[in-house]
Design a protein around this ligand. Structure first.
Ligand SMILES: O=c1[nH]c(=O)c2[nH]c(=O)[nH]c2[nH]1
Length: 304
């Protein structure tokens, strides 16, 4: 308490960017490019209240630490592991730091293939991005979430929207035939809660790829038959449930799925009532406005 006020504070360095190459004996290079946001929760009240900086970890030092730790990581590792490493460092190295939150976004560099063959040192930029947010407390409590952003998905059929509220403001026709397009953002939380309970080796990159596969295959259904979506809401819930049923190490998942509309094109004039008549073929792609559907699904904590 300061006087009659309640005060909370944190400080950190945002958008610290690092690229790391790991070189193997046979000339195959691995590469990762990360952008980090570091936040420290620390006892440095005097800095705010008295102008006394003696308990401040400089944000410039936080930035340097990223490069030191990147250098020290001699083997390729996931950014979740790197975030755990950094969070553990800040909370154990500085007596003032009670907790650290490390967020990382990975730029989607993918190994390039030339004539079907993986290139040893060539990469190209993909689309969706892997993210993580890790909080480490001095006590050793840890929370790890991983996520995906910008996963753009579209299907040309097997989607509809019917039976919704109709009132004097409603113009949208009911349909069982429409396009469905979205850009999925997801984040999921792993269930381990203590640094000591995280087994080695860690498989965060593999888990990320597996969760992405389940999200995508649930959205689309089988290659031949697909799966009918009665709404974005239903499909989102199906995707969330599929992830929790497949991966016991995941405690909860949050999904945000904009409904990116493709509007039927009908063009008519006074003289010509069907210059273009829509027959589930010609659409107007739009960015905005778009629907926004979001939800989170967690395991119930009650035990049988
Ligand atoms: O899947 C949908 N969910 C909605 O909530 C909604 N609202 C709307 O206009 N179209 C759709 N589609």
């Amino acid at each position: 308490m300061i006087d009659a006020f309640r005060f909370e504070q944190k400080h950190g360095k945002s958008r610290v960017r690092v690229g790391r190459v790991w070189r193997s004996g046979d000339g195959t290079d691995s590469f990762a490019e990360w952008s980090l946001d570091i936040t420290l929760f620390s006892d440095c009240l005097a800095a705010y209240v008295n102008g006394d900086n003696s308990d401040i970890v400089a944000t410039d030092t936080m930035k340097n630490t990223v490069y030191v730790k990147a250098k020290e990581c001699a083997e390729a590792l996931s950014m979740e592991e790197f975030a755990i490493e950094l969070g553990s460092h800040f909370t154990s190295f500085y007596k003032q730091v009670t907790a650290a939150t490390i967020k990382i976004m990975e730029k989607p560099w993918e190994r390039l293939y030339v004539d079907g063959q993986p290139h040893k040192h060539g990469f190209k930029l993909g689309s969706e991005r892997h993210t993580t947010e890790v909080t480490v407390k001095k006590t050793g409590a840890v929370s790890v979430t991983s996520g995906i952003e910008g996963l753009a998905l579209l299907k040309t059929t097997k989607s509809g929207f019917e039976g919704f509220i109709r009132d004097k403001y409603t113009a949208l026709p009911e349909t069982r035939e429409r396009m469905l397009a979205t850009e999925v953002s997801a984040s999921w939380r792993y269930s381990f809660g203590q640094l000591s309970s995280i087994g080695k080796p860690l498989h965060f990159n593999e888990s990320y790829q597996n969760v992405k596969k389940v999200l995508v295959s649930t959205f689309f259904g089988s290659p031949e038959g697909g799966v009918y979506s009665p709404s974005v809401q239903y499909t989102l819930y199906d995707m969330a449930r599929a992830v929790l049923s497949r991966f016991s190490e995941i405690e909860s998942i949050q999904l945000r799925m904009p409904n990116i509309h493709f509007l039927p094109v009908n063009i008519r004039s006074k003289d010509n009532p069907s210059i273009v008549e829509f027959k589930d073929d010609v659409y107007l792609p739009t960015d905005e406005p778009h629907g926004t559907i979001e939800a989170s699904l967690s395991r119930s904590r009650s035990r049988m």
